[in-house]
Design a protein around this ligand. Structure first.
Ligand code: GDP
Ligand code: IMO
Ligand code: MG
Length: 474
């Protein structure tokens, strides 16, 4: 910084050996001391202020259900705002509050923390019927849900006919069906990109009902062409009850809200739904969901500029699961897969469907780290592996006799053989462990190998569903 050689001054006083004052300079040297003028301080402040005005992201790196809800709940006290940026009620995020289980679908997982503001962002597709049920479930915990819940006026609405269209579309696909949660996600996002959708802000418009009828008629024509018949009048009654219920919430301009909070230096966490391998662009298309589940989705889903994103916290299970159809190279069809399902209680939080289980897929995980820019990893459900003598990790695929370490652009028409490296299991109950020092060596080897392979570090290990069951790694 102070490149100029200091001139000798006041040497006869003996008080100050050297002094250099640069009028426009960065520092002043008096004797052996450095003084920083005001301009330097203010630029440091400006830098710090900018550095603090950031958003962290927490998202799933696999096919969903990685334990995001639990991990958001764990990190929540560090944040002032938690915002969902995509997805809808297809998500099921499980939390344990006072030892009681709750599954959140659309409400951000910060709702149980009194001083956290929760935003349902513009990129979400929202079902008012499910929102009402969720709020009632939250209220049973004594939480005044309306106090800290904000909804962006740009958030798209899921209509009863979207659910019907989802059902009809899946039925038409037959054996090729996606295995959708049937919550109307695909059709709702199609109405967004098709520029037909109704949005939360529209419920405040006095013409909302006529807008609804117009869109419903459009949907009815589609349903007729798909020969789909179902009486949805009961669903519609619930829908309008849900719309009325929503009027109590703070319906706001989400992008100004979030950017103001960021500007005030309030820490924001963007909570992802689904997982990176279900991303509509980069997942195992067409067996994906209809939104951008990756970190880029934060920018479009919340109106946050890319340079505002700081930490990208990627959550992975210690093994792999998938619910619904689609490619899953490491899926196990044997008793090991069955055991993972049983011990891990791998049944969908939203639909109750059994989850398909298999070993961790490092090829897919490395890809997910790349497209998300993961800065920190969290590994969940490590305790589920306690019982296994041998563990495997997939470190490349073999396709047509060729070794491949990249995720192919389409996986459905390929026969993918996962090639594994084996590890000795730790065969110890880890669920009570609190510090990494107490972690069995065999587990440390497993973690170390994965870190090396991914070029990213696992910073936390979750060793049980409880809020306090987490082992930080320094
Ligand atoms: P999310 O959608 O990513 O929030 O995950 P889900 O809630 O759908 O599924 C994760 C399941 O695993 C839930 O039942 C959690 O309670 C549970 N869970 C989360 N972390 C752990 C863990 O470290 N160990 C065990 N055994 N269960 C966990
Ligand atoms: P969370 O947030 C696991 C899957 C469905 C289906 C595919 C498309 O709890 O991790 P959709 O209803 O979106 O049209 O379904 O995506 N899927 C999920 N799988 N966890 C989720 O959410 C999921 N959300 C959707 O099973 O295969
Ligand atoms: Mg889930």
């Amino acid at each position: 910084m102070c490149k100029n050689k200091p001139s000798r001054a006041n040497s006869d006083t003996g008080v100050e050996k050297y002094r250099e004052t640069r009028q426009n300079g960065v520092c002043i040297i008096r004797g052996n001391h450095f003084y920083f003028p005001y301009s330097f301080h203010s630029s440091i402040f400006a830098f710090l202020k900018f550095a603090l005005q950031m958003v962290d992201v927490l998202l799933g790196l696999q096919w969903g259900d990685e334990g995001k809800g639990k991990i958001v709940d764990y990190f929540a006290p560090q944040y002032k705002v938690i915002a969902r940026f995509q997805g809808g009620p297809n998500a099921g995020h499980t939390l344990y509050v006072k030892d009681k289980k709750i599954v959140l679908h659309q409400i951000p997982s910060g709702i149980f923390h009194e001083d956290i503001l929760n935003l349902i962002g513009s990129g979400v597709v929202l079902d008012p019927v499910i929102l009402k049920k969720e709020c009632e479930a939250v209220a049973a915990f004594g939480v005044p849900y309306a106090k800290n819940l904000y909804i962006s006026e740009r958030t798209n609405l899921i209509l009863p006919t979207h659910r019907a269209l989802d059902k009809a579309s899946e039925a038409l696909k037959g054996n090729d069906k996606i295995g959708s949660t049937l919550k109307g996600i695909g059709p709702a996002y199609m109405d967004k990109t098709g520029r037909n959708a109704l949005r939360v802000g529209d419920i405040l418009d006095k013409n909302f009902t006529s807008q609804y009828i117009k869109l419903r008629l459009k949907h009815q024509k589609l349903l007729d062409s798909m020969h789909f018949q179902e009486d949805i009048s009961a669903w519609e009654d619930e829908f309008f009850e849900g719309i009325e219920f929503m009027r109590q919430f703070k319906i706001i301009n989400g992008e100004y809200f979030i950017n103001e909070k960021i500007g005030e230096g309030k820490k924001v966490l963007a909570e992802g739904a689904q997982g990176s391998m279900l991303d509509v662009d980069f997942g195992t298309f067409p067996f994906v969901t209809s939104s951008n589940t990756i970190s880029a989705g934060v920018c479009t889903g919340l109106g946050v500029a890319p340079q505002k994103i700081k930490e990208v916290i990627g959550v992975t299970k210690a093994y792999c699961t998938r619910v619904g159809g689609g490619p899953f190279p490491t899926e196990l069809y044997d008793e090991t897969g069955e055991e993972l399902r049983k011990i891990g209680n791998e049944f969908g939080a939203t639909t109750g469907r059994p989850r398909r289980c298999g070993w961790i897929d490092l090829v897919a995980l490395k890809y997910a780290c790349m497209i998300n820019g993961v800065t920190r990893l969290v590994m969940t459900k490590a305790d589920v592996l306690d019982a296994f003598q041998e563990l495997k990790v997939c470190e490349h695929y073999r396709i047509d006799g060729k070794k491949l370490q990249q995720v192919p652009y389409q996986m459905t028409k390929l026969t993918i053989e996962p090639i594994y490296t084996s590890f000795k299991g730790w065969n110890t109950d880890i669920s009570e462990i609190k510090s990494y020092d107490a972690v069995p060596e065999a587990m440390k080897n497993y973690i170390h190998y994965i870190n090396q392979f991914l070029g990213a570090e696992i910073k936390y290990i979750s060793n049980g569903p409880g809020r306090e069951q987490i082992i930080p790694i320094n």
